[in-house]
Design a protein. Structure first.
Length: 116
C-alpha cells in the first residue's frame, strides 16, 4: 500500500479550513451575545458557517467517514483556538486527548484502504 502524502495533506488542510470556518461562525455570535461585539458580527458569522457547510461537501468519500474524521481535526483545531484566541494554555491531558482523537481519525480515514 502506498500513501499519496500530497492527497493526505490536502485532505487534512481541507479539514482544518472547515474547522476554522465552524469555529469563527460560532465565536462571532458569542461575542455579540456577551456584549463584546456588534450585531453586525452575525453577518460574517453566517458567511463563515455557510463556508463550513460548503467545505464539508468537498470531501470525496462517504459522509459518515468524513464527519468522523473531521471530528478529530475539529478537536485539535479547537484546542489550538483555546490557546491562541482564548489565551488558555492546554493541559497535558488536552494534548493526550488530541493525540488519541487524531490517531482514531487516521484509523478511520485510512483503515478502509488496508486489506488484511
Amino acid at each position: 500500500m502506498t500513501i499519496d502524502w500530497i492527497a493526505v495533506g490536502r485532505m487534512y488542510g481541507l479539514f482544518f479550513m472547515t474547522a476554522v470556518a465552524e469555529l469563527v461562525g460560532c465565536y462571532l455570535p458569542l461575542l455579540w451575545l456577551t456584549g463584546k461585539g456588534s450585531l453586525w458580527l452575525l453577518v460574517p458569522a453566517a458567511m463563515s458557517l455557510t463556508a463550513f457547510v460548503w467545505l464539508l461537501t468537498l470531501h470525496p468519500t462517504s459522509s459518515g467517514r468524513v464527519y468522523a474524521t473531521y471530528g478529530a481535526i475539529y478537536i485539535a483545531t479547537a484546542l489550538a483556538w483555546l490557546w491562541i484566541v482564548d489565551g488558555v494554555t492546554p493541559l497535558w491531558s488536552d494534548w493526550a486527548g488530541v493525540g488519541l482523537a487524531l490517531a482514531g481519525a487516521g484509523v478511520i480515514a485510512f483503515g478502509h484502504r488496508v486489506n488484511i
